[in-house]
Design a protein around this ligand. Structure first.
Ligand code: SF4
Length: 362
């Protein structure tokens, strides 16, 4: 190990918080095996032992009609496009029942921002999943919450409280992409700036709601941009932990942009598997106030998903029973529960099913 990295390792063991400059140094200079050592030490500080968790849930996209038109999105249809869909209550009920038969405990619920949907639709779908079907609702990205707040006039906090009252459990934190305004303006100019994304998360944390931190990288951002992204998440988590009301980030997940079927195909340098492992390892070391790191096997595949467990991840995320958004970009990886079990064991860990807020299930 290079002397400067060995020094950093000792400092981290003694409680030192990685600075932005040190994170940049690791991005630029650290060898992969050294990052694995640092990230594994960090993982052990947060999650001792050899358990690796996963959740069984179903990713339900209730509509693909969206007026945000992110340049990287191969999933959405424009308002008025006859090929778009809105899920009916019966279809949603059928998906929930199927998820339960397969051992699912929750639904990851995400749109499109469909301007034709009334506010009551959101309350109804959340209530159906939670109160009728008894499943956890991990749902909606900040841009969707903001659109609902414009629709109902309740403000962000009022909207989140009304959704929680209807059955919403937690926010998945989609749409963060890179939390740097210059990048956001280029890739998704209608999605709102960094402040707008963080504000929804802050309001959720203020009412004691749990959320997930995410990053989609590899879309022409710099290494400094990635660190800035991690910085705003770490600062926000500090504030949440100071509040001590149960709200805050449960976990962080990062995945590389999938340019297939988008205008970016051939215009971005597709992130490599090594780039992914470097990124998740540095996130594990930097985000010292996040308890869990998810391995992104859905975009990276099982082998890299396994490797990520040796680069700081303690969780395999969701055994997704349906994944439309990544599939739309041309990436298809699917596992059943037996294969997930094998993947985790082959990587040297013990599998353990959890729920959407990281409580272990027997
Ligand atoms: S990523 Fe989400 S918000 Fe953006 S266009 Fe696609 S569905 Fe709409």
């Amino acid at each position: 190990m290079e002397p400067r990295i060995a020094e950093l390792k000792t400092a981290l063991e003694q409680g030192h918080r990685l600075s932005d400059q040190e994170a940049l140094f690791l991005c630029q200079k650290a060898e992969l095996p050294d990052l694995a050592i640092l990230a594994t030490a960090s993982r052990q500080r947060h999650n001792k032992g050899d358990e690796v968790t996963f959740v069984i849930d179903r990713n339900v996209n209730f509509t693909d009609i969206c007026n945000i038109h992110c340049t990287f999105c191969a999933f959405h249809r424009s308002p008025g496009d006859a090929s778009g869909f809105v899920l009916s209550m019966d279809e949603l009920r059928r998906k929930c029942e199927e998820a339960k038969r397969l051992g699912g405990t929750g639904i990851l619920l995400q749109g499109g921002v469909n301007p034709e949907l009334p506010w009551t639709y959101y309350l109804e779908i959340v209530s159906l999943i939670r109160h009728e079907q008894g499943l956890w609702v991990h749902g909606f990205s900040p841009v969707e919450i903001r659109a609902m707040a414009r629709l109902n006039g309740l403000g962000l906090q009022g909207t989140l409280e009304a959704l929680r009252e209807a059955g919403l459990g937690s926010l998945p934190g989609g749409g963060a992409e890179i939390l740097v305004d210059g990048i956001r303006r280029t890739i998704a100019p209608l999605k709102g700036d960094t402040k707008a994304w963080l504000e929804v998360m802050e309001e959720a944390h203020k009412i004691g709601m749990k959320t997930t931190g995410t990053m989609m990288f590899g879309i022409n951002e710099s290494l400094e941009d990635r660190i800035q992204h991690l910085q705003v998440l770490r600062e926000q988590q500090d504030r949440a932990q100071t509040r001590g009301n149960g709200g805050g980030y449960t976990a962080f997940a990062a995945w590389p942009f999938q340019p297939g079927n988008t205008v970016w195909k051939g215009r971005v340098h597709t992130a490599t598997h090594a780039d992914y492992l470097r990124t998740i390892a540095i996130a594990r070391i930097y985000l010292d106030n996040f308890k869990h790191m998810q391995s992104s096997w859905v975009t990276m595949g099982g082998r890299t998903g396994q490797l990520a467990l040796h680069y700081g991840c303690d969780d395999m995320g969701s055994l997704m029973l349906e994944e439309n958004v990544v599939n739309a970009a041309g990436t298809h990886f699917e596992f059943n529960i037996g294969e997930m079990d094998t993947l985790i064991r082959q990587a040297g860990f013990r599998p353990r099913q959890r729920d959407n807020v990281y409580s272990l299930l027997s």
